[in-house]
Design a protein around this ligand. Structure first.
Ligand code: FAD
Length: 409
């Protein structure tokens, strides 16, 4: 099929954070993209309601979002920042602290509500002449041919494109259509997330307390007494927490958090999220590639899911743009395998590190709690180790795509 008869060079299935970021990065460099998104366009007025999912955003993600003018357009009063992090264990006295000063950075990262970020991303790509977004539209079928893919949509339309990107989240339909399996591990945990107001100011510190059933995180938002919380616990306990009236929930939360920020005086928009780890067996085929949660989903305990998806998007965009500038086929296995080799290793390292943390913190069988407390105290007092862990987690090190590199780091 000749280039002329293509409807777009790239079709992105799923306009979440990963898919829309990729559209922005490619569209701003002149690549014709179509995004199909099952949900409606985000109502900008609705984003002024607090979103239960407050995301920790790394330096690397901030760089990527800045490169397409998304970061600059976020409302300042919706961006929280954390300059320190305090992690401790309910079952013992082990604790670890991280401070941005040790890394010569003004902060370790930022906190932004998912729908606020998503709303601004939609706005920015909506102005790009090379990006078309079809909302309320679902993928029905994909047929791959030698030099193009034919994609059928639920509105009856059929599109011919060079490359299909699966960015349709953890339950990716496009991944299934490409017959790529996914290894799934059910954590038997559910996260309860919401925004709360506390009696004491958070002082721009992100805090995480490991409880017997899972971690409880308080992420500092712009208002000095407002935090996004993520409480990972057993599915049964999560159902109980979701059903409580506000006063009883606040009481349960302040007790679980050991009154670290005093009383919880307000909480709103509680939502539950089932937690599972998933990893696609492969990230690509000729003419097809996976990014974001469609390729991998991780436990929210380290706040990395969206950040890994943005790194996928920036890495893929870099390789596609390089291939195009050299006159190569952007949908070839050669280009897509280079992306897979790059990102699969990086994502796996982060996933395994998180799994290690999770295992160590949740294991209550003797002597793990005692060793855990000793290890935490050792790590806390051994600055070189702390710096290595932290620089990686906040996106200052690792095999980063060019767009994610912090020129100040
Ligand atoms: C409680 C909680 C807290 C979290 N905290 C953090 C954090 O602090 N930091 C962080 O980095 N990450 C965090 N995450 C993870 C983060 O939210 C996800 O990793 C991220 O949103 C995934 O983005 P995505 O674009 O890959 O997928 P998704 O957000 O799932 O987007 C996929 C999109 O595809 C669309 N879609 C699906 N199927 C189709 C189809 N067939 N046709 C068309 N469209 C389709 C969907 O409507 C959706 O918009 C958290 C997650 C949870 C649950």
């Amino acid at each position: 099929m000749s280039q002329q008869s293509l409807d777009a060079e790239v079709l992105i299935v799923g306009g979440g954070l990963a898919g829309n970021t990729l559209a922005g990065l490619l569209g701003s460099e002149g690549i014709d993209c179509i995004v199909i998104e099952a949900a409606s366009r985000i109502d900008q007025t609705e984003t002024y309601q607090n979103d239960p999912r407050a995301l920790a955003i790394t330096h690397a993600s901030q760089q990527i979002l800045s490169s397409i003018d998304v970061w600059q357009r976020l409302p300042k009063e919706r961006i929280g920042r954390f300059r320190g992090m305090h992690v401790w264990d309910q079952n013992g006295n082990g604790e670890i602290d991280f401070d941005s000063v040790d890394l010569c950075q003004p902060e370790l990262g930022h906190i932004v509500e998912q729908s606020v970020l998503q709303g601004v991303l939609e706005q920015v790509i909506g102005f790009m002449p090379k990006v078309r977004v079809y909302h309320n539209t679902c993928l029905e079928d994909i047929q791959w041919h030698a030099d193009h893919a034919r994609v059928s949509l639920n509105n009856g339309e059929k599109l011919s494109v060079q490359l299909v990107v699966g960015a349709d989240g953890a339950r990716s339909a496009s991944r299934e259509m490409a017959k790529i399996g996914s290894k799934i591990h059910d954590y038997r945990q559910k996260a309860v997330a919401c925004v709360v107001k506390t009696a004491l100011a958070h002082e721009n510190i992100a805090r995480q307390r490991f409880l017997t059933d899972g971690p409880l995180a308080f992420l500092p938002m712009h208002n000095e007494k407002q935090c996004g919380i993520v409480w990972s616990t057993t599915p049964e306990h999560a159902e109980v927490l979701l059903a409580l009236d506000m006063a009883s929930f606040n009481l349960a939360l302040q007790e679980a958090f050991d009154y670290t920020l005093g009383e919880v005086v307000e909480s709103e928009n509680r939502a539950g999220f089932a937690l599972r780890r998933a990893e696609a067996e492969r990230y690509c085929e000729q003419g097809f590639v996976l990014i974001g949660d469609a390729a991998h989903s991780v436990h929210p305990l380290a706040g990395q899911g969206a950040n890994l998806g943005l790194l996928d998007a920036a890495s893929l965009a870099q390789l596609v743009l390089e291939a195009k500038s050299r006159g190569r086929n952007i949908a070839s296995r050669r280009v897509l395998r280079a992306y897979e080799r790059w990102r699969k290793g990086e994502n796996k390292t982060m996933m395994m590190t998180m799994e290690g943390f999770k295992y160590i913190f949740e294991n209550q069988s003797s002597p793990v709690p005692m060793l855990r407390n000793k290890a935490l105290d050792f790590a806390n007092s051994f600055n070189p180790l702390k710096h290595i862990i932290m620089r990686h987690a906040i996106g200052l090190s690792g095999d980063l795509p060019l767009l994610a590199k912090n020129r100040m780091a």
